[in-house]
Design a protein around this ligand. Structure first.
Ligand SMILES: Cc1ncc(COP(=O)(O)O)c(C=O)c1O
Length: 433
């Protein structure tokens, strides 16, 4: 093992061995090399005469570039666009996102967390977490309604096994006892990887305060039973909360919660700020110990350097300016208003008496989606029928559940959408009779 990795592991063992034991084999091997980038970072501070370190080109003291590209980017200085961004992201952007986390999550105020590390959006952040913590056959504890790509990220790539518990209990609340049982089953191995996503994809559910207290007490019980728990919080749809569900990430509550609990927050501008293709996300660790935060950051940087090297500089610059813009809050609020109105309208429509015989729906109060539970027809058959006969695209999650992204349907079109889904169901029922 490389000496730098050994030193980082020693730091983890000295300052909180539970965090060390949570790491995967790959996680233990990782370190950030003192290679070209470190030397170049040093040179950028001290090499005042010539800086001939890094693999870009310069001309007239600015990064060399094509005028025909620069002409399309009049608002941006070449320096903010063309050079590589550092592997963990532009520091100014990272700090800006850190400020946002504090503002959005009051529970974080007296807690210790690392400066968010920039990722190439959330999928990348999740894959970093998988690489850091998941070994072959490690169970990943998550609700049975989850984003399908978790299979590729945690199972196909890293060999983890998705171990699901029922998201909802009989009353349509987060099923704390099922979660608790699943978690405590890890007592033998002493390691649990928990993956929680609120607002949830596909259901659009975020728990209420009482359920959150239940989740926290299950995690505390597991930690007190000697289980080291890494809690990966996929906050992709953060902020889109439409009722009195909790409005902050569990990250704030889990920071400084117990030495055996390591919270990892994965979030980003993708969905929150409607910039899906810009690919800017963040990964943040919380720990009481500065040394732990530093060692985890070094390992994460090593991983980024060895995979994508760094994320798009232009995208980071755009997001940074957006966060600093005086128009940000106002526009964000307006878009939130639009999304909330659509969610409320959907709730009104899907609850109508006339639809009760064909579907029920899972509780939803946040995010981009809601999920119908079909009572009479197969979801995949309906999906295909809706596409072929009505030109309507929806997602079949399994044989009963149909996910509808109301995020991309105008409010005035929602009634028609659900009426056509209803008609599609009726067509299939009649065909079968
Ligand atoms: C729950 C959840 N997490 C993460 C992602 C991925 O986000 P990104 O586009 O930032 O990689 C998605 C995208 O659909 C998602 O639904």
């Amino acid at each position: 093992m490389n000496e730098l990795a050994k030193n980082l592991n020693a730091d983890l063992l000295n300052h909180n061995p539970h965090v060390y034991y949570l790491l995967s084999d790959l996680g233990k091997q990782l370190y950030y090399p003192k290679g070209i980038l470190s030397q170049s970072a040093e040179a950028s501070k001290k090499a005042t005469r010539f800086n001939a370190t890094i693999g870009i080109a310069t001309e007239n003291n600015v990064p060399m570039h094509f005028d025909h590209i620069q002409k399309t980017l009049p608002g941006y200085h070449p320096e903010e666009v063309y050079p590589y961004a550092p592997p963990p992201g532009k520091m100014e952007l990272r700090k800006e996102w850190g400020k946002k986390l504090l503002k959005d999550n009051p529970s974080l105020h007296d807690k210790n967390f690392g400066i968010p590390i920039t990722t190439n959006a959330l999928t990348h952040g999740l894959s970093i977490a998988a690489d850091l913590f998941v070994n072959e056959k490690d169970p990943i504890i998550l609700p049975d309604k989850y984003w399908g790509n978790y299979q590729s990220i945690f199972h196909v790539r890293c060999g983890g096994v998705l171990k699901t518990f029922e998201l909802f209990d009989q009353d349509g609340k987060f099923n704390v006892p099922a979660f608790r049982t699943c978690l405590l089953e890890q007592k033998q191995t002493g390691k649990a990887i928990v993956l929680l996503n609120f607002p949830n994809n596909p259901t659009g559910y975020t728990p209420y305060e009482e359920e959150v207290q239940g989740i926290l007490s299950a995690i505390l019980e597991a930690a007190e039973a000697g289980i080291n728990v890494v809690v990966i919080l996929d906050d992709a749809y953060f902020g889109l909360f439409y009722d009195d569900c909790v409005k902050e990430s569990l990250f704030g509550k889990l920071a400084g919660f117990h030495p055996r609990v390591l919270p990892v927050k994965i979030d980003g501008a993708t969905k929150e700020n409607y910039v899906w293709g810009l690919r800017v996300g963040f990964l943040s660790f919380a720990s009481e110990s500065k040394e732990i935060l530093d060692a985890l950051e070094q390992k994460t940087k090593g991983l980024i350097r060895g995979t994508i090297s760094s994320s798009s500089h232009l995208s980071q610059t755009i997001i940074m300016h957006s966060l600093q813009s005086s128009e940000f809050e106002d526009e964000k609020q307006k878009k939130y208003g639009l999304m909330k109105k659509r969610a409320m309208k959907v709730k009104e429509i899907v609850s109508l008496d006339q639809y009760k015989e064909v579907w029920s729906y899972y509780p939803f109060n946040s995010g981009y989606f809601m999920c119908l539970r079909l009572l009479q027809v197969d979801a995949e058959k309906l999906r295909v029928h809706l596409l072929d006969e009505y030109g309507i695209g929806v997602v079949a999650i399994n044989s009963t559940d149909l996910r509808i992204a109301f995020s991309c349907v105008e409010e005035e079109d929602l009634e028609e959408l659900f009426e056509l889904i209803y008609r599609g169901i009726k067509d299939l029922v009649e065909k079968e009779v």
